[in-house]
Design a protein around this ligand. Sequence first.
Ligand SMILES: N[C@@H](CCC(=O)N[C@@H](CS)C(=O)NCC(=O)O)C(=O)O
Length: 206
Amino acid sequence: MIKLYDYWRSSASYRVRIALGLAGEDWTTHSVNLLNAEQLSDDHLARNPQGLVPVLELDGHSLTQSLAQIEYLDETRNLGLLPATPIGRAEVRALSYAIAMETHPVCNLHVVKWAVDQSDHRISMEAWMSHFITKGLTSYEAMVKGTDFSYGDGVTLADVCLMPQVYNAERWGLDLRQFPRISAIRKTLDAIPAFQRAHPDATVKP
Ligand SMILES: N[C@@H](CCC(=O)N[C@@H](CS)C(=O)NCC(=O)O)C(=O)O
């Protein structure tokens, strides 16, 4: 059985849950409670020296980094999350990285908490999140290359990265109506069972 070490509200874990669902795989969830710093326990550091979730155990391997895990699933389960052409793959990766490598890392809890502490609380967590998520989604809105999906006519890696960021945006109080293209894509993705099953509200909590 596939094992996913995850945390229900972790965006990176949410991405992998979507990909597992798209692959039609079943998995067991092993919750790593970030609020109790379980990601820094000896057991978890042995699984991932970076002290991050998710960790995915499958096919006799233990994988870290959500995009690496998703690309592994894509290649071994033929999910078609990346287009067939080099330019298509470059464009989908650009959308995916705009979320996963620009927006998400600066909104990671340990980053934000450090900024709040260092500023003696002159920076609030809400203001930081709102600033960086708005910046990230504003760029994404201008970058999308599809109407119902982020790119073309089907689900790609970009959509898998987008939905957890949308969840996070709403969690921090952003009004998504300012992003009409993202809102339309979100409506399509909300109707897909793999996206529904991966949603934090449908997931095992610690
Ligand atoms: N680039 C990594 C990011 C993973 C990551 O940031 N995970 C967060 C949860 S979404 C985490 O474990 N944070 C723990 C912490 O901040 O201490 C990936 O895509 O897997």
